[in-house]
Design a protein around this ligand. Structure first.
Ligand code: NAD
Ligand code: DAU
Length: 339
């Protein structure tokens, strides 16, 4: 099989490429990635020379480039990770989120129809369900929870999901959607909570916690997400949505304290800063459907996953130092100075 993986130079996409090359050496993986600020070719260096791997630099919104790649590769499967993924950036400037996350998805699905792709998989997010109250721990997101978005990012992802379901119903596109909770692990871009706090701790810099730090996220080790998508490709039913999450809810402040402790840094580094606009309170996935239908369960416990992740950032300083020493500095200044 030939599988086009878009966004494979980013955090989850690269972990998925590694997983697929390991788990299915008989398949050919073609990675299409624009290499935006979040894409990193050095991440893919270990697989670049493999015979069954090809990297193509390109924009999923560039219809001509997408169609010509599909004509050349005739993919059996398309997995779309490519997206603008950071909520704070979407609040600052929504335009590129709408282009990539919605129109890019349309271009990939049009090409998938034209070239008879057997499965189109859309990597979506639990953020399409909006948030849950902090005082109702009995509530969870199921696949039936209404779409109710908060940020330009989540609205763009929800729009793409609606379009995927419309292409399935109207044109019979054999599509599946997965909606996962917050991932963490190796190659996580430094702008996101966990890597940002690890890196700031290592540099003895303030740890900027938004609002009161009581917002809750449901954390899943990235490899478990990749395995779930692999399973959906093999056994998932077309036209279906699968929620992915491991019942691992944590308050932001507790994560930050845990990172301080693990790195032997004082909690006095913690600085409460102005809250994110429209900040979602709590995410919590009910993964019953993927468990019952496909037998998926997360394998990595948070206590182990976070240790492995911290260790990875300790051992891969060149990877993140190359990022934080460049254009990222300007982003950090814009986002956090005087906040
Ligand atoms: P990321 O920002 O780390 O990586 C995104 C990748 O997409 C980068 O390599 C970037 O270069 C590429 N890209 C961006 N625009 C592109 C375009 N127009 N054409 C081609 N490539 C483009 O993102 P991530 O955290 O790895 O997330 C991957 C996917 O998973 C996204 O669709 C995101 O919505 C979804 N998701 C993420 C999480 C999470 O916790 N990070 C959870 C659930 C779902
Ligand atoms: O739930 C899935 C989503 O998880 C994905 O769809 C997104 O692509 C991904 O970025 C992530 O979104 P979040 O907004 O939850 O992740 P982020 O790491 O940006 O923030 C996690 C929480 O930490 C959130 O409540 C905001 C808070 N935060 C974040 C940063 C960067 C801080 O308190 N301080 C910070 O500096």
């Amino acid at each position: 099989m030939t599988i086009i993986v878009t966004g494979g130079a980013g955090f989850i996409g690269s972990n998925f490429v590694f997983h697929m090359l390991r788990a299915h050496p008989e398949d050919r993986i073609v990675c299409l990635d624009k290499l935006t600020y979040a894409g990193n070719l050095t991440t893919l260096a270990p697989v670049m020379e493999m015979e069954n791997f090809r990297f193509v630099k390109g924009d999923i919104c560039d219809r001509e480039a997408v169609f010509s790649l599909f004509a050349e590769e005739r993919p059996d499967v398309v997995v779309n990770f490519a997206a603008e993924s950071h909520v704070d950036r979407s609040i600052e400037d929504p335009g590129v989120f709408l282009r990539t996350n919605i129109l890019g998805t349309q271009a990939l699905m049009d090409a998938s129809r034209q070239y008879g792709v057997k499965r189109y998989h859309q990597v979506s997010t639990d953020e399409v369900y909006g948030d849950l109250p902090l005082d109702r721990p009995d509530l969870f997101f199921t696949e039936e929870t209404p779409i109710h978005t908060s940020s330009p990012y989540s609205a763009s992802k929800a729009s793409a999901d609606l379009l995927v379901m419309a292409y399935h119903r109207t044109y019979g596109l054999p599509a599946t959607i997965s909606r996962c909770s917050n991932n963490y692990g190796p190659y996580h871009f430094p702008e996101k909570l966990i890597p940002l706090m690890i890196i700031n701790c290592l540099n003895d810099r303030p740890l900027p916690v938004y609002g009161t730090g009581e917002n809750v996220r449901d954390w899943l080790y990235v490899e478990d997400h990749c395995k779930a998508i692999d399973l959906i490709l093999q056994q998932g039913r077309v036209g279906e949505v699968y929620n992915i999450g491991g019942h691992n809810e944590m308050r932001n402040i507790d994560i930050v304290r845990l990172i301080c402790k693990a790195l032997g840094k004082p909690e006095s580094l913690i600085t409460y800063v102005t809250d994110r606009k429209g900040h979602d309170l709590r995410y919590a996935i009910d993964p019953t459907k993927i468990h019952k239908e496909l037998g998926w369960l997360p394998e990595t416990k948070f206590a182990d996953g976070i240790q492995k992740t911290i260790q990875w950032y300790l051992e891969n300083r060149e990877w993140w130092e190359a990022i934080v020493s460049g254009e990222y500095q300007n982003y950090y200044e814009r986002m956090y100075a005087g906040r």
